[in-house]
Design a protein around this ligand. Structure first.
Ligand SMILES: NC(=O)C1=CN([C@@H]2O[C@H](COP(=O)(O)OP(=O)(O)OC[C@H]3O[C@@H](n4cnc5c(N)ncnc54)[C@H](OP(=O)(O)O)[C@@H]3O)[C@@H](O)[C@H]2O)C=CC1
Ligand SMILES: O=C1OC[C@@H](O)[C@H](O)[C@H]1O
Length: 382
């Protein structure tokens, strides 16, 4: 009997910072450790905009001996062996970097938040569609089996009708002054589109949208874009938001999403789905759910821990591989339109709080010279 070989997805990694390295390690973990046998991943190449040596160093720490190192992103997107580019640069650069990859004919998985604003994302979506390429925001959380399981439970009425979702991501683990000296770190740097909302709030909003919007019938989604009201407290040194609370009014339910670098996380659940017959709580941080708890009046609490054999980024990579294998241009788990609606919500909250980034990174104009402009702007040019 013929055995079907797994589909091999060939990756190029753009940038060599922290998350690029975490992603690469997960990508190269044997799929069997998570009971996956239909696809495999190969890391074909990685590029650094700083130097070729940095890309080589990055690869030398990984078990991928034949992978090629490039000293520019342009060289990476020209590699004919690469099927999909994973973009792991700061927020400010996503639009230009994704355009570079799409224009070179590459499928794209782009780190969160997708872009600086919704109009930039609309341009990326048009470009991908025009070229018949796959495009997805790397909201890895959505691809966790536990997220899929929670969505199923809510859909099946485990806690009745969900009337409110509350989600939060508070990320102050150290005194702020020590963590972000000089305000240069991407978390607080306006030139890199920093701030709690774009960096962390996107996860809290993801839980609101996965539970109050994702499973609505398509024809209902258009009239269900929520009314949005958000407040922010600013990081004094740089003027980006350090703390925010966003209230979303859907026709059928309410969402509250908050995120902060001022507040330290505690043991409270990172998300609560409140229904007419009980609630489900997410255990673990909003970006990396480790389990859930079902609470119903008069019944025993049910705690369900979920195993994560690694960091958990392989599940989004698996989703990308399967979509590419099946010729899909977008993922049903992380749909483009949902990323766009969330981006619009973040635009609204920024407008309400007068948080605007430098024009050079809010722009919807793309030209190849932009790469240099961005480097000068963020002070990273050598
Ligand atoms: N999914 C998740 O859990 C996480 C996602 N993220 C997201 O990943 C992205 C990157 O975050 P992270 O890895 O922490 O950031 P890092 O600062 O560690 O890395 C960013 C990399 O981008 C490249 N880069 C290109 N231009 C610039 C520039 N002007 N300034 C700084 N870096 C530049 C650099 O790589 P090179 O020099 O090689 O080109 C740099 O190493 C962000 O979008 C962030 O929101 C971050 C953390 C967790
Ligand atoms: O995406 C993220 O996840 C949580 C943190 O590790 C990180 O700062 C943020 O960018």
């Amino acid at each position: 009997m013929a055995t079907l070989l797994p589909f091999e997805c060939r990756w190029g990694i753009m940038a060599t910072g922290w998350i690029a390295s975490e992603f690469a390690k997960d990508l190269l973990a044997p799929p069997s450790t998570r009971n996956v046998s239909d696809i495999t991943h190969r890391l074909v190449a990685a590029a650094s905009s700083s130097s070729l040596a940095r890309a080589s160093d990055f690869l030398s720490l990984l078990p991928c001996h034949a992978a090629r190192a490039y000293g520019s992103y342009a060289a990476l997107v020209s590699d004919p062996e690469v099927d999909v580019i994973y973009i792991a640069t700061p927020h400010s650069h996503h639009f230009a970097n994704a355009m570079l990859a799409l224009k070179a004919g590459k499928n794209v998985l782009c780190e969160k938040p997708f872009t600086v604003n919704a109009p930039q994302l609309e341009i990326l979506m048009k470009e991908a569609k025009k070229r018949g390429l796959f495009l997805m925001e790397a909201v890895w959380t959505r691809c966790f089996p536990v997220s899929i399981e929670i969505r199923r439970l809510l859909k099946e009425g485990e806690i009745g009708v969900v009337k409110r979702t509350e989600a939060r991501l508070d990320f102050c683990h150290e005194p702020l002054g020590e963590k972000y000296p000089g305000g240069e770190h991407r978390m607080v740097n306006p030139k890199l589109a920093g701030g709690a909302l774009l960096d962390l709030g996107v996860y809290a909003l993801t839980w609101v949208f996965q539970t109050l919007y994702h499973d609505l019938p398509e024809e209902e989604k258009e009239r269900s874009e929520p009314k949005t009201m958000g407040v922010m407290q600013m990081y004094p040194e740089t003027g980006v938001d350090a703390d925010n609370v966003v209230v979303l009014q859907f026709p059928h339910a309410t969402g509250v999403a908050s995120s902060s670098i001022f507040v330290s996380g505690d043991n409270a659940p990172s998300a609560r789905f409140l229904g007419t017959e009980g609630e489900i709580q997410v255990i673990g941080p909003a970006y990396r759910p480790e389990g859930y708890c079902v609470i119903r009046p008069g019944k025993e609490e049910k705690i369900v821990p979920c195993q994560i054999p690694g960091k958990g980024m392989f599940w989004e990579a698996d989703e990308v591989a399967r979509c590419i294998r099946d010729g899909k241009l977008e993922s049903e788990i992380v749909p483009l339109n949902e990323s766009l609606v969330i981006m619009r919500v973040m635009d609204t909250v920024r407008r309400q709080n007068r948080l605007r980034y430098p024009e050079e990174i809010e722009t919807t104009v793309y030209d190849e010279e932009r790469e240099d402009v961005l480097e000068i702007l963020s002070g990273s040019a050598e």
